[in-house]
Design a protein around this ligand. Structure first.
Ligand code: HEM
Ligand code: HEM
Length: 137
């Protein structure tokens, strides 16, 4: 069970990386891709991939949350209740709720919610690094 628990821990990390790609692909687009010729194949293909990542951002986040619940249930049952784990989980779930608010109520318009959403994403990543570095204490 210990291996399964840790496997699901790493699956959360993988899910979160894909969720966070939302920011990365847009950043790369703004910096480099937008300067390429509009007709270039590379730019067209890049835009397709970007659309996919942005469109399904909330479902990647949902996947991450489901894997997180699995990890939590296994660890609490077979290992222990991790304080750093609970902090990371609370931040991730809070950010998911904020994302729902931004997507469905704010219609994805840029305003304060998005800046808070980005900040909580960074805090979540820090909490996860701590969780792993401190051996899940
Ligand atoms: C965003 C949330 C979380 C992430 C990304 C995460 C990630 C991970 C990862 C990658 C590991 C394996 C580390 C290794 O291979 O040595 C791990 C271990 C562990 N996690 Fe989490 N975790 C999260 C939340 C939680 C929560 C909420 C709990 C429990 C309340 C928890 C309890 C544990 C425990 C007890 C271990 C150590 C198990 C052992 O060494 O046998 N984690 N976590
Ligand atoms: C729970 C984990 C989540 C994390 C870590 C996360 C992270 C991020 C980050 C870093 C951005 C910034 C991208 C940018 O600057 O444009 C972003 C944007 C956004 N997120 Fe999330 N997010 C999560 C969940 C969600 C959920 C569940 C939803 C909706 C149901 C959502 C909706 C949005 C929207 C609408 C944007 C801005 C516009 C867009 O890219 O569509 N997020 N998210």
């Amino acid at each position: 069970m210990r291996d399964y628990g840790n496997l699901f821990g790493w699956l959360i990390v993988a899910g979160l990386v894909i969720t966070l790609l939302n920011y990365v692909v847009k950043f790369v687009y703004r910096k480099w891709i937008s300067k390429l010729d509009k007709e270039s194949d590379f730019r067209k293909n890049y835009t397709k991939v970007q659309r996919f990542i942005v469109k399904y951002h909330r479902f990647f986040a949902l996947f991450t949350t489901i894997v997180l619940i699995t990890h939590l249930l296994i660890q609490v049952q077979y290992r222990w209740v991790s304080r750093t784990g609970l902090i990371a989980a609370a931040l991730l779930v809070a950010n998911g709720l904020l994302g729902i608010y931004g997507h469905y109520y704010k219609k994805r318009k840029k305003s304060a919610w998005l800046y808070v959403h980005r900040t909580i994403a960074v805090l979540t990543a820090i909490a996860i690094v701590l969780h792993i570095a401190l051996n899940a204490r």
